[in-house]
Design a protein around this ligand. Structure first.
Ligand code: SF4
Length: 350
């Protein structure tokens, strides 16, 4: 078998095999998040990705390329790994989107896993989301790598013993310690060289009535306020130049009997502020989870508040949608992301 593989890989048929592989990419798309819409766009009639020899396919065992579309969580890491293991060689992985590179907007999420920690990645496509052009360019680059041999092009037929005792798969490690009272800290300070950030923190401290203002990374600032002070803080941030809400998030911390409600602000209009994400957060008691809505001040918060209300039951006072279901089906369980159950250790097959 080894001689046969060598013959295919480097014999006179080698270039033919590379040529065939290059123009026969069958991506199985792992739609884990919003980047999936861009992939659909890239293969729809406008861009017609099939022109360049790639056609989406639904069955892992007959595909040779995974396109990871966005965020990979701990739960999805297992699916990604198993999908990759089911695919025949040669196989390739493209990761699209900021979430797959560094966590993107979920950069400080406890649940995020880098796809490159789970499977070997041949090509990253940055962007949030990357454009269809960027995805098609990534596929072209992968095709180049297949021809130059940088991407794996060897045909390998591993022998899989069917009896017990087969080599265990290496899956993502489960957390080392499962705490009954997991700490959730969203303002961990980080020493980074960011001169503009220091200046910005000074300005924020002078204007916002905050409990703490912390640099949590380059271009990242966390501001803790009292739960009634979120609108005031938002107004001051708007004066500084933050003109939109990028994300609204709720973290359930049942052991401390609270939710943490977070708003992420950024700017489209002030050049220096464009890469900066400011997180304004407040602790909110679980038995009376109410905060004032920012939907009137920042329209982009509206949809996100509705979503968080659906999932956690946090009431955003002033948002006209509060009290109704927005995303979930009418008969879906109430507030499905509340941790109103015993947390159990994750189990991966080994
Ligand atoms: S990179 Fe942006 S578009 Fe892609 S999954 Fe993440 S948030 Fe969504």
């Amino acid at each position: 078998m080894d001689e046969f593989v060598d013959f295919i890989r480097s014999g006179p048929l080698g270039p033919l095999k590379k040529w065939g592989t290059r123009w026969s990419l069958w991506p199985v798309h792992l739609v884990t998040a919003c980047c999936g819409a861009e992939l659909a766009h890239a293969f729809a009639c406008g861009y017609d990705g099939e022109r360049i020899g790639a056609l989406n396919y639904g069955i892992a065992r007959q595909t040779n390329l995974i396109i990871v579309e966005g965020a990979i969580t701990r739960k999805m890491a297992k699916v990604l790994r198993i999908t990759w293991e089911q695919m025949p060689d040669p196989k390739f992985v493209i990761v699209m989107g900021a979430c797959g590179l560094q966590g993107g907007i979920f950069w400080n999420g406890y649940h995020m896993v880098k796809p490159s920690d789970v499977v070997p990645v041949d090509f990253f496509i940055p962007g949030c989301p990357p454009t269809p052009e960027a995805l098609l360019r990534g596929i072209r680059q992968l095709q180049e790598k297949i021809v130059t041999g940088e991407a794996k092009t060897s045909a390998v037929f591993p022998e899989v013993p069917l009896e017990s005792g087969r080599k265990p798969r290496v899956l993502p490690r489960s957390p080392k310690r499962i705490s009954k009272a997991p700490a959730v800290i969203v303002n961990v300070p980080k020493n980074v060289e960011w001169e503009y950030g220091q200046k910005l923190v000074g300005e924020i401290k002078a204007k916002v009535d905050a409990l703490s203002v912390t640099i949590t990374g380059k271009n990242r600032i966390a501001i803790k306020v009292g739960r009634g002070d979120i609108p005031k803080a938002a107004m001051k941030l708007r004066e500084i130049g933050f003109d939109h809400v990028k994300n609204v998030n709720v973290i359930d911390v049942p052991n401390e009997d609270k939710f943490i409600v977070e708003y992420y602000f950024s700017s489209y209009s002030v050049k220096e502020l464009m890469p900066v994400l400011v997180n304004v957060f407040a602790d909110v008691p679980r038995e009376n989870p109410k905060v004032k809505s920012l939907a009137k001040m920042f329209p982009s918060a509206d949809y996100l508040e509705r979503e968080m209300h659906d999932f956690f039951g946090v009431v955003f006072e002033g948002n006209p949608w509060t009290g109704r279901k927005f995303l979930l089906a009418p008969d879906a369980p109430e507030y499905p992301l509340r941790k109103d159950f015993k947390l159990e250790e994750e189990v991966y097959s080994r």
